[in-house]
Ligand binder design. Sequence first.
Ligand code: ADE
Length: 253
Amino acid sequence: MQFEVFTLLPEVFPSYLETSIIKRARERGIIHVRVHNIRDYTHDKHHMTDDTPYGGGGGMVMKPDPVFEAIETVLGLNANPPPPEPESNIPIILLTPQGRVFNQRIAQELSQHEHIVLICGRYEGIDERIREHLVTDEISIGDYVLTGGELPALILIDSISRLLPDVLGDPTGAQDDSHAMGLLEYPHYTRPPEFRGWKIPEVLLSGAHAKIDQWRREQALLRTFKKRPDMLEKAELSKDDRKFVESLKSKVE
Ligand code: ADE
């Protein structure tokens, strides 16, 4: 999987990309991340990437020309002959608080692509023509406003990469994640079995795998019921799950 990141702050990226699981995924060639400085695609003396808004008002707006040129050059979109079909179907994603709100389902959807472009917005906004004529998708990481799209881009890279085969040490790691099954994940415990008088649940020491699986499923349902009842409405539940949830509801009533 190849990520192409377009930013005015390339220096933000190396420390995270050179750490831990993402570092290993890059070293093993499972993901490739290229960070492109939009400023390298300016041609004026001052390397301007922003300008004042038409119509007045405060703030600066990201200029369209360097962004178009950067992406078209890197993707070879202005090449002659044009790139083959798959290369012209690469998602070109603008990170913006106006986008669709990112979640595990979107991470899974994007993990099916071979090549993804991420544009990090800065300043007060970007020239609308970038949005209309270049970008194919807009993603927000939540209903709050950051100073730019760099952290959101790293969040996408991280959450998509860990879904790719062989990125996580445990091959089933991503399957049990909170959100992956539409439920929050069950609680985890490790040694010691008793800490400051707090014991771990007895069932986890029993060695009875079916019982442990059932306990984990019920804990996942219980957690989701308490913390994120909205998720429970949409989750795929078995007959037993439903019975368990009904019993939780009747306890509350
Ligand atoms: N840029 C600024 N805020 C953002 C957000 N919430 N999501 C994505 N990009 C952003």
